[in-house]
Design a protein. Structure first.
Length: 513
C-alpha cells in the first residue's frame, strides 16, 4: 500500500466512534498499537483516536494506513499483530506490504470468532459494513457473508438471497451450543452509521423455503421500533456442508415525496443479553440520590411562581400496574414518579421506543438510574401499600384513608352514615350492607319502620363490629308499601348452625344505640 496519500483522520475517527466495534476488537487494536488494552469502550476508543490524530499530525502515512486497515478490517489484526509484534516498525517489510487476511486467521490467533464471514480479504478494499444503533439487548459478534443491496422497487416485487454454510463460518459451531448466540437478519434503509433497523414496507423473510413469522414494521409511527429477525431455529446447523438459503422478498420501497431509498440486508451472529442481566446492570449503575431529590423538591417549594402542595406518589408501575420492584427513571426526567426496571425493559425488548411512560421523553438505557428516594419508600412500606402522600419538603406519609378502605373492603362509618347490619338469608354470617341488597326501595327504608322484635340480643350486638351501624327506623308510621320483615317472637340474629333460613330483621334503637 502506498505510504503517501490523503489521510482523512476525521472520517476514520467517526467510524471508530460509530462503527459498532466490540470491546475485544478495540482491545486487539490497542494491543497492536502498543497502548493499554483495559478499560471501558470509550477509553479504548479514545486511545485509538489519539493514535489516529498523532499519525495524521506527523504525516506518518504508513502507520496511519496500518491502523486504518485494522479498524476497517478486524480480521487483519491477527496477522498484523504477528508481523509487527504489537509495535510495528514502519521500516519493516510487513508494514509496507498489503495485509491479506485468510479466513479464520483472527479466530486462530485470538479465538474470538472474528473472521467477518471468512470470504472477504482486505486488498485495499473496505468491505461495506452497516452500522446500526447500539442496543442493550444484543451485541453484534460477527457478520455472515456480504451485505446485500436491495434495489429500488416502486412497483414490482423483487427477491434478494444469500446462502450460509456452517463450514464457512466457524462461529456457527458455537451458535449450535451456546443459547445466547443467535443468528439474526438486519436491514436498514441507508448504509450510514447509526441506522435504525428498517425493512421495506412490504417484505417477507424465508429461510430454507419456510416463512419466518416476524413483525417487520415495528410499532406504527415509531421509527426504530423494529427488531432484527431471529432465524436461528430455522437454520440447519447440524449439517456443516448444507447451504442455508435466506431470502427476502420485498416491494414498494418508494416513500412519500418521491424518496426511493435502497435498503441493505445483512446477517449477523449476535450475543443476546437477557433482561435479568440488564436489571443487574441498573442495580449497580447510576443513582439518583435521595439528597438530590430532596434538594429538587426544596427548590421547587421556594419558587414563588409555583404553589407547592402535597402530592400522591404511586408505588405501582404504570406499565404493569404491579408494585414496583426496582424504581427507575431517566436522569433527564423532572418528575418523581418511577417505573419498574424489569417491566420497562421487557416492553422495550418487544418494541424499542425508549420513551418514558410518564412524561413521554427519551429514556434510553444509558440514561436510566435507580431513584434512591423512592427505593427508600418501598423498603419502608409493606407490599400492600400502593401509594403515599409526599409533602412539598420531601416528607412522606401513608395514605391511611385509601389503604384502610382497600384493606377492609368496606367504607368507614364517617364515609357512609346509612350503613346497616345485614343478616344473610343463610344465617351464617353478619356483614355490613344496605336495604338495596334486598331489593327494597331506599325511600321505604328511610321513612318506614318495623315493629319491635323483642329485647336486644347481647350476643348479636357483640358480633357486629360497629353497633352504631343499625339504622334508626322509629321516625314514622305505616307508609311502607311492603313490610321489610315480619315480626318474629324472640328472633335470633345470628345462628351459625341453623338449617332454617331466617329473614332479615331490623330493630329500632334501644338504650341509646
Amino acid at each position: 500500500m502506498a505510504s503517501g496519500g490523503y489521510m482523512d483522520a476525521e472520517a476514520l475517527i467517526r467510524y471508530v466512534k460509530d462503527g459498532g466495534h466490540l470491546n475485544k476488537t478495540l482491545s486487539a487494536i490497542c494491543v497492536a498499537e502498543g497502548v493499554g488494552k483495559n478499560g471501558v469502550k470509550s477509553e479504548l476508543q479514545g486511545r485509538i483516536i489519539e493514535k489516529i490524530r498523532r499519525y495524521s499530525t506527523h504525516n506518518d502515512a504508513q502507520k496511519f494506513e496500518r491502523l486504518k486497515n485494522m479498524i476497517y478490517n478486524p480480521q487483519s489484526i491477527g496477522q498484523t499483530s504477528a508481523n509487527y509484534g504489537g509495535m510495528a516498525s514502519s521500516s519493516s517489510p510487513a508494514a509496507r506490504s498489503t495485509p491479506t487476511a485468510t479466513p479464520g486467521a483472527y479466530l486462530n490467533n485470538h479465538g474470538n470468532g472474528y473472521n467477518m464471514g471468512g470470504a472477504v480479504a482486505y486488498r485495499g478494499y473496505v468491505p461495506q459494513k452497516l452500522a446500526f444503533k447500539t442496543s442493550p439487548f444484543y451485541e453484534i459478534e460477527q457478520q455472515l457473508g456480504d451485505t446485500l443491496q436491495c434495489e429500488v422497487m416502486p412497483n414490482h416485487r423483487h427477491t434478494v438471497k444469500t446462502t450460509i454454510k456452517v463450514q464457512d463460518h466457524a462461529i456457527l459451531h458455537r451458535v449450535n451450543k451456546d443459547p445466547n448466540l443467535r443468528v439474526m437478519v438486519f436491514c436498514a434503509a441507508e448504509d450510514k452509521p447509526g441506522q435504525d433497523i428498517a425493512f421495506p414496507h412490504q417484505s417477507e423473510v424465508k429461510v430454507n423455503g419456510g416463512d419466518i413469522k416476524a413483525n417487520l414494521r415495528g410499532l406504527k409511527s415509531k421509527p426504530g421500533s423494529t427488531r432484527p429477525v431471529d432465524i436461528t431455529k430455522e437454520l440447519r446447523l447440524n449439517l456443516p456442508a448444507y447451504g442455508n438459503l435466506i431470502e427476502m422478498t420485498y416491494a414498494l420501497t418508494s416513500k412519500a415525496g418521491g424518496a426511493q431509498p435502497k435498503f441493505h440486508l445483512a446477517i449477523y451472529v449476535v450475543k443476546v443479553v437477557q433482561v435479568t442481566e440488564l436489571v443487574k446492570v441498573l442495580k449497580n449503575g447510576k443513582r439518583i440520590t435521595e439528597k438530590s431529590v430532596l434538594e429538587d423538591m426544596a427548590s421547587k417549594a421556594r419558587d414563588a411562581d409555583i404553589v407547592a402542595t402535597a402530592s400522591v406518589l404511586s408505588l405501582k408501575c404504570p406499565l404493569s400496574t404491579l408494585k414496583i420492584d426496582l424504581p427507575c427513571r431517566s436522569v433527564s426526567c423532572r418528575h418523581n414518579q418511577c417505573f419498574d426496571a424489569t417491566s420497562y425493559l421487557q416492553l422495550q425488548e418487544q418494541g424499542p421506543t425508549w420513551l418514558c411512560p410518564i412524561c413521554n421523553n427519551s429514556a434510553l438505557f444509558d440514561t436510566l438510574a435507580v431513584d434512591e428516594y423512592v427505593k427508600g419508600i418501598l423498603k419502608s412500606t409493606s407490599r400492600s401499600v400502593d401509594q403515599v402522600t409526599i409533602q412539598p419538603d420531601g416528607r412522606w406519609e401513608l395514605n391511611i384513608k385509601e389503604n384502610n378502605s382497600r384493606n377492609s373492603g368496606v367504607a368507614s362509618a364517617s364515609d357512609d352514615d346509612d350503613d346497616l347490619v345485614e343478616i344473610t338469608k343463610s344465617g351464617d354470617s353478619v356483614k355490613m350492607g344496605t336495604p338495596r341488597a334486598y331489593g327494597t326501595p331506599l325511600g321505604s327504608v328511610s321513612n318506614g319502620s318495623a315493629p319491635p322484635s323483642g329485647p336486644p340480643n347481647t350476643s348479636s350486638s357483640n358480633s357486629t363490629k360497629r353497633s352504631h351501624a343499625v339504622i334508626d327506623l322509629t321516625s314514622s308510621g305505616d307508609e311502607d308499601d311492603e313490610p321489610l320483615a315480619r315480626p318474629q317472637p324472640q328472633p335470633k340474629r345470628q345462628q351459625t348452625n341453623s338449617h332454617t333460613p331466617m329473614p332479615p330483621v331490623y330493630r329500632p334503637p334501644t338504650n341509646g344505640y
